[in-house]
Design a protein around this ligand. Structure first.
Ligand SMILES: Nc1ncnc2c1ncn2[C@@H]1O[C@H](COP(=O)(O)OP(=O)(O)O)[C@@H](O)[C@H]1O
Ligand SMILES: [Mg+2]
Length: 300
């Protein structure tokens, strides 16, 4: 049962795991499973995840101090980097040696901590680049212009629908470079949806976003879950995490050191240690003022 104090609080998914909560705990319906995934840069072990499962159709926050390995882990899971060892699977299919492009086609899409919107392309062209079923890609379709003409229109329509949803339709012919940081984040999220993903991984979607846009970004993330998708996102703002995450996974020094319900996880000594050990500037209870959230019971 949810114990959210206001009606505007999102409905949390509960009962996601099975058995005692500990790092690597099994999920009832995992969409992604990683085993012994390790990535070293020279002598530095950036990621060393023994086992982790991401629950389907829920919002999972991946938190941890800077340098914990979150972005590297995202890169490994989505085919943008290759681990030294380990296996991981999405919907039961191994993703080892699968290219980022194919991973996206299979339904796992990610956005970047630093947005990758192409500044010298228009907003609309950025959207079209996000489509994984562009005409001419497959020989079969390119032999039949009427097939790809129709496809082209479908892509246009879909891009417009998404731009409207993200309130970027008025900017469709503007260069992406003219957008604000927040609008670029929205564009990146909208573009990610062009592929009809099942799992959306967002690397610090709120970072650098103007407060006026954070609430709409939050609503969009909640909307992904409502539409049946799974979200895994990296975020430093613990209020945001508590507000929208159904589950929290904590990384420190490349490892998963804790996971669980957002409210429980923040009380975990391993989590407090991880943050206080290497990230003194993060106050786990700090009010950032970036979004207005319902008052939560005091931690501890
Ligand atoms: N390409 C790379 N080459 C060398 N070291 C890297 C590289 N990418 C990340 N690292 C190092 O790996 C560690 C984890 O980084 P990162 O995954 O970016 O952490 P986070 O996203 O949690 O802040 C850091 O110590 C970082 O300096
Ligand atoms: Mg990062």
């Amino acid at each position: 049962m949810s114990s959210n104090p206001t009606s505007s609080s999102p409905v949390k998914s509960t009962g996601l795991h099975t058995g005692a909560i500990k790092p690597g705990v099994a999920k009832k319906d995992p969409i992604l499973i990683a085993d012994h995934v390790k990535r070293q840069f020279g002598g530095l072990v950036a990621v060393d995840v023994e086992h982790v499962e991401i629950p389907r159709n829920a919002i999972t926050a991946l938190i941890g101090p800077n340098g914990a390995g979150k972005t590297t882990f995202f890169n490994l899971l989505t085919g943008f980097d290759t681990p030294n060892e380990g296996t991981w699977s999405f919907n039961g299919k191994s993703l080892a040696k699968v290219s980022a492009f194919k991973v996206a086609r299979m339904g796992l899409i990610r956005t970047f901590q630093l947005t990758k919107a192409l500044g010298l392309l228009t907003v609309m062209d950025n959207m079209k680049l996000g489509s994984t079923s562009q005409p001419g890609e497959r020989l079969g379709a390119s032999l039949f212009p009427f097939v790809w003409k129709k496809k082209d229109r479908e892509i246009d329509d879909k891009a417009m629908d998404l731009l409207k949803r993200f309130k970027l339709d008025a900017k469709k012919d503007d260069f992406a470079a003219s957008l604000s940081g927040g609008q670029r984040k929205l564009l990146e999220m909208a573009r990610a949806l062009m592929t009809d993903p099942e799992l959306v991984m967002l690397d610090e979607p709120m970072a650098g976003v103007n407060p006026a846009l954070t609430e709409s970004l939050l609503e969009h993330i909640l909307g992904l879950k409502k539409a049946g998708m799974t979200v895994l996102f990296v975020e430093h703002d613990m209020h945001m995490v508590r507000h929208i995450a159904d589950w929290v996974i904590v990384m420190a020094e490349g490892r998963v050191v804790a996971e669980g319900d957002p409210h429980e996880v923040m009380k975990n000594p391993a989590v407090i240690d991880a943050y206080l050990g290497s990230h003194q500037d993060t106050d786990l209870g700090a009010v950032t003022g970036r979004i207005t959230l319902p008052k939560l019971p005091k931690e501890k």
